[in-house]
Design a protein around this ligand. Structure first.
Ligand SMILES: NC(=O)c1ccc[n+]([C@@H]2O[C@H](COP(=O)([O-])OP(=O)(O)OC[C@H]3O[C@@H](n4cnc5c(N)ncnc54)[C@H](O)[C@@H]3O)[C@@H](O)[C@H]2O)c1
Ligand SMILES: O=P(O)(O)OC[C@@H](O)CO
Ligand SMILES: [Zn+2]
Length: 353
């Protein structure tokens, strides 16, 4: 008997476009959400979006509570849960980059409350995903979390954000190529659960983004459209898979380790992009697609070297040799690279000198 079952939870409303920030109140009404919201944001996104959206809610007779977080940690999730309980709110709104949205989705999962995702940067593909990503000691957890009931992505805000945030989002998408290679490898060698639909969607998303690279330019609002659609499509792939596997392989392990070794130095998307150049080389050798990945990153102004990330060569080698321990996720790194092999791949791909 075939007894498999799955739940794929996706947003009901996806509202994208110029000025849609002012439609958050209408989206809440359309979802029949009652009571007070808690806005989960971080310092700059608060000024850019959370405070103006709060004013719209107040004008509609709703008094939102606001909590500002600085880091994506389990402590931050706890703090948001405490504020939600103390302020007697009935749903959450994550307003900001990947960290604020991750914290909001994890807290709403714990509270069993609905949540809305309002990205202020096209910098990451967690906008619609049902996963939260949190460092914890030597590990990095990919936690099951509440997917958003709705996404409100204002392309005016996204296009006004610093350009490097958008190039980071592009690089997070381009890294899907190697994430899927790792996933297929793990399926073949370790029989891990695999979804061909999620893998195909993730790869196709990267392909469409690369094909439209000439539309991705600073100051062009259309770029925010192109990148945001890709970020959402990649998040849907994660929700279909019920795992971050379609968008996170060894290149993400490398980035998570850099977050530990050189915290706050480079953006998540930029780190996974550089990681992807090297893991593509590990998969395909010199005839593989590593040059295509490097050139795609360069074409949208994303870093392709350690120097452009602001990270020194030795830290890259250390991250490559240790990042397989970050989590129990089989990838091309297997049980770890030795130092010579790590230096070799980083040098041959031009990531280090
Ligand atoms: N859950 C998932 O599926 C998923 C997917 C991808 C990434 N992530 C996580 O998301 C995080 C990376 O996201 P990120 O790069 O957005 O990090 P982030 O949330 O720290 O944002 C980066 C910076 O951009 C600033 N910012 C945001 N909007 C701005 C705006 N409009 N103007 C000026 N500054 C603005 C933020 O204040 C912050 O300083 C990582 O923790 C990563 O693990 C999660
Ligand atoms: O599960 P992780 O490795 O945090 O990956 C999530 C996301 O960054 C994929 O783009
Ligand atoms: Zn990512």
């Amino acid at each position: 008997m075939f007894e498999k079952s799955t739940w794929i939870r996706l947003p009901r409303n996806v509202v994208v476009g110029h000025g849609v920030r002012s439609e958050v109140v209408d989206v809440v009404d359309d979802l029949h959400l009652q009571g007070r919201p808690l806005f989960v944001t971080s310092p700059t996104p608060r000024t850019v979006a959370a405070d103006p959206i709060a004013a719209d809610f107040e004008a509609a007779g709703i008094d939102p509570a606001i909590v500002t977080i600085e880091k994506a940690t389990f402590d931050a999730v706890e703090r948001v849960i405490e504020v939600a309980e103390a302020e007697a709110v009935s749903y959450l709104v994550g307003i900001g980059g990947g960290k604020a949205i991750d914290i909001a989705k994890m807290a709403s999962h714990h509270l069993d409350m609905g949540f809305l995702s309002v990205p202020t940067a096209a910098s990451h593909d967690g906008i619609v995903s049902n996963r939260g990503s949190v460092p914890d000691g030597d590990s990095r957890h990919s936690v099951a979390a509440e997917p958003p009931l709705a996404v409100v992505a204002d392309t005016g805000i996204l296009a006004d954000a610093p350009w490097e945030l958008t190039t980071a989002g592009c690089a997070d998408i381009i890294s899907n190529y190697t994430a899927v290679m790792d996933w297929r490898l793990a399926q073949r060698l370790k029989d891990v659960e695999y979804s061909e639909y999620a893998a195909a969607l993730s790869e196709m998303t990267a392909e469409i983004l690369v094909d439209n690279a000439d539309l991705i330019r600073p100051g062009l609002e259309e770029s925010a459209w192109v990148v945001t659609k890709a970020l959402m499509s990649s998040g849907v792939a994660m929700s279909i898979a019920g795992s971050s596997r379609p968008a996170s392989g060894a290149e993400h392990l490398f980035s998570h380790q850099l977050d530990r070794l050189a915290p706050g130095t480079a953006l998540h998307g930029h780190q996974v992009g550089v990681g992807s150049i090297m893991t593509a080389y590990l998969h395909g050798g010199d005839r593989g697609i590593w040059r295509d990945i490097r050139d795609a990153l360069a074409s949208i102004d994303a870093p392709t070297t350690a120097a452009e990330l602001g990270i020194d060569d030795e830290t890259v080698v250390e991250a490559l040799t240790t990042c397989h321990r970050i989590r129990d996720r089989y990838t091309i790194l297997g049980d770890g690279m030795n130092e010579r092999a790590a230096r070799d791949v980083a040098t041959k791909t031009g990531v280090i000198d």
